[in-house]
Design a protein around this ligand. Structure first.
Ligand code: HEM
Length: 506
C-alpha cells in the first residue's frame, strides 16, 4: 500500500508540475501584452502585488516595468499607464477605444448593470445620460445661478468658526463642517433642499448611506471572488449586503427628494419653471428619454462623484495653507490689491493668478483622484506598440504625471509660485490644448464634467477662508500632519486635520 501511495503521489506531482509549466507558458508574454511580473496560474500577480495598489506603489512598479505595464489579478488584466504620451493615447487619441469603464460583481450591483452614467460603458446610454446632466449641472450658467448660494453656505461656516472662541486655540476637525457645507451646496443645486445641521437626521442618514456604499464598493474584501471565477459563489453574502444597501439608498433618494420634487412640479402644472437640477432630469424622464431608475442613478452618481472629491481638495488646501502661512498672506495681498473692497466671485477669479496657482498646486500635489476613474477597452486595442487584451482595466497614474521629478522641479514641495514661474503656461483643463502632466479631472470624453463648478468653488472657498482667518495648527503644534492615504479612487489625509482659526479684520 505504501508503495502504491508513493507512486500515486509521484504521478500527481509530475502531472501538477507539467500543468504548472504549461500554465506559465500560457500566461507568459506570448501575445505581446505590456511587460510586467510573471504571473502564476489562478492568482496571476495578485499574491505578489497585494491589495493596496495605490498611486505610489504603481509609480514604483512603473519604474521597474515601464510606462505601460500589465498585472494579472486572477484572470483579470490591469494595465497601468504612467507617461504623458500614453495618457494622451488613452484619453484623447484613442479616447473612444478606451472610453468604457470596467465593472465588477459589486459595481454591477451598485449600478444595476450600468444604469448610471459614471460606471457605464462608452455608448448611446452614456451619451444620453451625460447630455441630460450637462444643462442643469455642468455649465457656466449653473455657476452664475448658484455662486451666490455657494457663498451663503461658505459664510455659514465662517460665522460658526467666528462664534466659537475655542476655534482660536484648540481648533476643530475641519472635515466635519466642510462636509456639511459640500452636501448643502450639492443638495441645494440638485433639489433646492438643505440640511439644518450635522445633527439633522436626514443628513446623518445620507452620509451613512453614502459612506457605506463607498466602503463596500472600494473594499478589497471581495477581491478573491472578483479575481478567481470559481470563488464567486462565496460572495453571495457580500453581494446581498450590497443589494440591500443599494435598495435602501435609492429609496432614500426617491422618497425624500424625487417624490417631493415630482409633487411640486405637478402642483405647478404647465407653468412650472424648473428650479433645480433634478426638475430638468425628471422632465427628461417624463419625455421618455430616460427611466425612473436612471433618474435615481444620476442622483447616486452626483453623491459619489461630487461631494467627497471637492471636500478632499478643500481639506488639503486648508492644511497646506496652515503649513505655509506666507502663502495665506500672499493670497490676502493679491485679493486686496486687485479687488480692493470687492469680493471674490467666479467672474473675477481670472484676475487672481496667485489664488489660481494655489488651487492648481493643491490639485497637483494632492490630486484627489490619483488614478482617475478606471477606463476600459471593450475590444482588443494597441497601446505603445503592445496589445491590450479586450476588457482590460486601464489606470492612468495622473498623480505620477504631476509628481514625477523628471518633469517637475522639486515636485514634493507645495510651491504655488511654480505656476507663475517655470509653469506659467500650465493650465488645468479637460480639453483643447491640454498639458497631460497636470490632469486632475482627466481629459476628453470621460473627463470630469464637474470641473466647471469644482474650480470656482475651490477658488471662492480658499479666498473666503484666508480673508476671514489666519489659519494655524492648534496650540502646541508646529505643523499639521500631511500623511496621506490612497484608496482605489481617492487620495486623502490619513488623520482628519484639526485647524485653529484666528479671525482677522479686513
Ligand atoms: C469623473 C475628478 C468634482 C462629477 C471624474 C474623473 C475624475 C474626476 C478624475 C474621472 C475622469 C476619467 O476617468 O478620465 C474630480 C475632482 C473634483 C471633481 C478632482 C473636485 C476637485 C466633481 C463634481 C461633480 C463631478 C463637483 C459634479 C457636480 C463627475 C462625473 C464624472 C466625473 C459625473 C463621470 C464622467 C464620465 O464618466 O463620463 N471626476 N471631480 N465631479 N466627475 Fe468629477
Amino acid at each position: 500500500l505504501t508503495k502504491f501511495l508513493f507512486i500515486s503521489l509521484n504521478i500527481l506531482l509530475i502531472t501538477l508540475s507539467i500543468a504548472f509549466v504549461f500554465a506559465i507558458i500560457l500566461f507568459s508574454n506570448s501575445s505581446n501584452t505590456p511587460p510586467g511580473p510573471l504571473p502564476i496560474p489562478i492568482f496571476g500577480n495578485w499574491l505578489q502585488v497585494g491589495n493596496d495598489l495605490n498611486h505610489r506603489v504603481l509609480a514604483s512598479l512603473a519604474q521597474k516595468y515601464g510606462s505601460v505595464f500589465r498585472l494579472k489579478l486572477g484572470y483579470k488584466n490591469l494595465v497601468v499607464v504612467s507617461d504623458v504620451e500614453l495618457a494622451r493615447q488613452v484619453l484623447h487619441a484613442q479616447g473612444a477605444e478606451f472610453g468604457s469603464r470596467p465593472r465588477n460583481v459589486v459595481f454591477d450591483v451598485f449600478t444595476s448593470n450600468g444604469q448610471d452614467m459614471v460606471f457605464t460603458i462608452y455608448g448611446e446610454h452614456w451619451r444620453k445620460m451625460r447630455r441630460i446632466m450637462t444643462q442643469p449641472l455642468f455649465t457656466n450658467n449653473v455657476v452664475h445661478t448658484y455662486s451666490g448660494m455657494w457663498e451663503e453656505e461658505m459664510d455659514l461656516v465662517v460665522r460658526d468658526l467666528k462664534n466659537n472662541s475655542k476655534m482660536r486655540s484648540e481648533g476643530l476637525v475641519i472635515r466635519k463642517p466642510l462636509q456639511l457645507m459640500m452636501y448643502n451646496i450639492m443638495y441645494r443645486m440638485m433639489f433646492d433642499s438643505k440640511f439644518e445641521s450635522q445633527d439633522d437626521p436626514l443628513y446623518i442618514e445620507a452620509t451613512r448611506l453614502n459612506s457605506e456604499r463607498m466602503r463596500l464598493a472600494q473594499s478589497s474584501e471581495y477581491n478573491y471572488g472578483d479575481f478567481i471565477p470559481f470563488l464567486k459563489p462565496f460572495l453571495r453574502g457580500y453581494l446581498n449586503k450590497c443589494k440591500e444597501l443599494r435598495n435602501e439608498r435609492l429609496a432614500f433618494f426617491n422618497i425624500n427628494y424625487v417624490e417631493k420634487r415630482r409633487k411640486i412640479m405637478e402642483a405647478n402644472g404647465d407653468e412650472h419653471k424648473t428650479s433645480c437640477a433634478i426638475d430638468h432630469i425628471i422632465n427628461a424622464q417624463l419625455k421618455g428619454e430616460i427611466s425612473e431608475e436612471n433618474v435615481l442613478y444620476i442622483i447616486e452618481n452626483i453623491n459619489v462623484a461630487a461631494i467627497q472629491t471637492t471636500l478632499r481638495s478643500m481639506e488639503w488646501a486648508t492644511v497646506e495653507l496652515v503649513n505655509h502661512p506666507t502663502v495665506q498672506q500672499k493670497i490676502r495681498d493679491e485679493i486686496s490689491t486687485v479687488l480692493k473692497e470687492m469680493k471674490v466671485t467666479p467672474s473675477n477669479l481670472h484676475e487672481l493668478p496667485y489664488l489660481q496657482a494655489v488651487v492648481k498646486e493643491t490639485l497637483r500635489l494632492r490630486i484627489p483622484v490619483p488614478l482617475l476613474v478606471p477606463h476600459m477597452n471593450l475590444k482588443e486595442a494597441k497601446l505603445g506598440g503592445y496589445t491590450i487584451p479586450k476588457e482590460s482595466k486601464v489606470l492612468v497614474n495622473v498623480w505620477w504625471l504631476g509628481n514625477n521629478p523628471a518633469w517637475w522641479e522639486n515636485p514634493e514641495e507645495f510651491r504655488p509660485e511654480r505656476f507663475l514661474q517655470e509653469e506659467s503656461s500650465t493650465e488645468v483643463t479637460v480639453g483643447g490644448n491640454v498639458d497631460f502632466r497636470l490632469i486632475p479631472f482627466g481629459v476628453g470624453r470621460r473627463s470630469c464634467p464637474g470641473i466647471v463648478v469644482a474650480m470656482p468653488i475651490l477658488g471662492m472657498f480658499i479666498a473666503k477662508l484666508v480673508t476671514n482667518f489666519e489659519m494655524k495648527p492648534p496650540n502646541g503644534m508646529e505643523k499639521i500632519d500631511v500623511q496621506e492615504k490612497g484608496g482605489p479612487f481617492s487620495l486623502y489625509i490619513a488623520n482628519p486635520s484639526t485647524v485653529a482659526f484666528e479671525p482677522i479684520s479686513v
